[in-house]
Structure formats: C-alpha cells, structure tokens
Design a protein around this ligand. Structure first.
Ligand SMILES: Nc1ncnc2c1ncn2[C@@H]1O[C@H](COP(=O)(O)OP(=O)(O)OP(=O)(O)O)[C@@H](O)[C@H]1O
Ligand SMILES: [Mg+2]
Length: 275
C-alpha cells in the first residue's frame, strides 16, 4: 500500500480552557477523500488546524507524507499540505490572483519573485474553481461564495499531496458545491489525499470514501461512508433524528433531517416504526 499522506495516532490538543481534541487516530492514503462530520463545537476545525500545524503543540504523532509534522519547517509542510480554513480573511488587501499566487510561495526559491509560470499556475487554479474572471477583483469586494472559491484556488495552486478543507462548500451554490467535490474526486484519482469537514451529509455520502464522526473532541465513529452514516450513528452524534435512505437512481445514501412536523406525522401514521 502507498505510504499514507496523513497518519495521526493518539493526537490530542487542548486550548487553555480545556476544549480541544483527544485520542484522534486518522489515516488518509493517496487517492482517498475522507469526510470529517459532526455537530457545531465538536472539534472538527480544531483537528484540521492541529493536523495543518497551525495549532500546537500536540500530543501523539502526526506524520505527513512519512515525516513527523513537528520536525518539518513551515516551508516543507506547505509543500506537503494545503489548508482551506473555515473562515478566510475578507480583510486582506489582495486581489483574487494575488491570493492564488500566495499558494506558489512555498515553491519559490529563497526570496525570488513569482515567475510567469507561477502566475500561469495561479490563473489555472482560479479557472478550475470557476473564478478566472475574478482575477483582478479585490478579495474584500467578492461575495462570500466567490471568495471561498478563490481560497480553494490558493490551496490548489500550492499543488500539495494532501489537502485539508474546512467546510469548503459552506458558501457555495448547488452547482459550485458539485463542481468543487467533482474536482476533489478528480484530484484524488490523480493521487492526492483529501480531508474535508462537511455539514452536508448528502455531499459526504456521495463523495467521501470514508467518514469520521467527531463529537466532544473525539472521533466516535469511523468507517466506510455507507457503514458510518446510519440512522443510529447520526441520530446519536447530532442529537436530532434523521431519515437515511438510498437514492435508487445514484445508489448514494440520502440523509434527511426530520423536522418536528415530520416526526409527529410519522408517530401518528407509523407508530411501530418510530423509536
Ligand atoms: N481559540 C479557541 N480557544 C478556546 N476554545 C476554542 C477556541 N476555538 C474553538 N474553541 C472551542 O473548542 C471546541 C471545538 O471548536 P471547533 O471550532 O473545533 O468546532 P467545530 O467542530 O469546527 O464546530 P463548527 O461546526 O461550529 O465549525 C468548541 O467548544 C469551541 O468553543
Ligand atoms: Mg468548524
């Protein structure tokens, strides 16, 4: 088997007030798309930031493409993994193209300026997320979804074997959600490893090979998507009832949260089938 792009063992991190993550085991191989799911405050973003080397020191071991993260320089790490944070600065004074070009910096020699080829790669990254026309617009003036795609372009321009994305589709419309995850799958086919935090369980069901459900700072369920996304697991982890079905057209799982109205209707009409 190929060396994992990411291998986390017994990873823990605590903020000063004690919140954080604990005992996280997570391995992601080249070619895989792995989803991190779970309720607000579960620790998903914390985990992404620890795995990305943004938060530390950590307990346990995090190996990125074979080497312990804490032993890598920032530049070495930035050549191995790219991050799309959950919230990305609307306040930075860059254009979209300048932002995408930042992704090329770990590849520049010393204090060199970007070459024409770097500019070309940054433009190509923007084009891949449908943001070519935004190249010269200031980031601060873009819509939330436009800005989110530009930040993804920066990560793509970084051209790393591992991508960590924290809710990369939270501001995207339906078309761009599908286009982004189609692109992530294509990158995985090309040998990249992808970890994405998601709140959309249907996107997770369609695109993730495996998922980890995070609650209270720990991974409480992990496995192949179809085995992990069950009524019992989801209802427990999210603390609300869901209905899980299979789309007979695509074969993907469909997860529908049950409204109070729907629960009431089910109890009236099928009392035996509802817990
Ligand atoms: N900088 C911080 N200092 C102290 N506690 C923090 C900090 N950032 C987050 N936390 C706490 O750590 C816990 C996990 O937060 P985190 O942002 O990782 O959750 P999340 O799973 O990403 O949630 P969401 O779905 O809302 O993005 C929360 O209880 C949060 O309040
Ligand atoms: Mg988060």
């Amino acid at each position: 088997m190929a060396e994992p792009a990411l291998a986390a063992r017994g990873v823990g991190f605590a903020y000063r007030d004690g919140h954080g993550v604990a005992e996280v085991d997570l391995e992601v191989a080249p070619g895989e798309v792995v989803g991190l799911l779970g309720p607000n405050g579960a620790g998903k973003s914390t985990l992404i930031r620890v795995l990305a080397g943004v938060l530390g020191p950590y307990r346990g071991s995090i190996r990125v493409c074979g080497d312990e993260l804490s032993g890598l320089t920032r530049r070495e790490l930035a050549r191995r993994l790219a991050v799309v944070p959950q919230e990305s600065g609307a306040e930075v004074p860059f254009t979209a193209l300048e932002t995408a070009l930042l992704g090329r910096h770990p590849h520049l020699a010393g204090l060199a300026f970007e070459s024409d080829r770097d500019v070309e790669l940054a433009r190509r990254a923007l084009a891949r997320v449908g943001a070519a026309e935004l190249a010269h617009r200031p980031l601060a003036e873009l819509s939330s979804g436009e800005r989110q795609r530009v930040v993804v372009a920066r990560a793509l321009a970084q051209d790393t074997p591992l991508l960590l994305l924290d809710e990369p589709t939270s501001f995207l419309d339906l078309r761009y959600q599908v286009e982004l995850f189609d692109l992530l799958r294509e990158l995985a086919r090309g040998g990249r490893a992808v970890v994405a935090v998601l709140h959309d369980l249907n996107l997770a069901a369609e695109y993730c090979d495996r998922v980890a459900l995070v609650a209270g700072g720990r991974i409480v369920v992990a496995g192949a998507t179809a085995e992990a996304l069950t009524y019992a697991h989801l209802t427990r982890v999210y603390g609300t009832e869901v209905y899980v079905d299979v789309n007979d057209l695509t074969g993907a799982l469909v997860v529908t949260p049950l409204s109070a109205r729907a629960r009431e209707r089910l109890r009236r009409e099928q009392p035996a089938a509802t817990p």
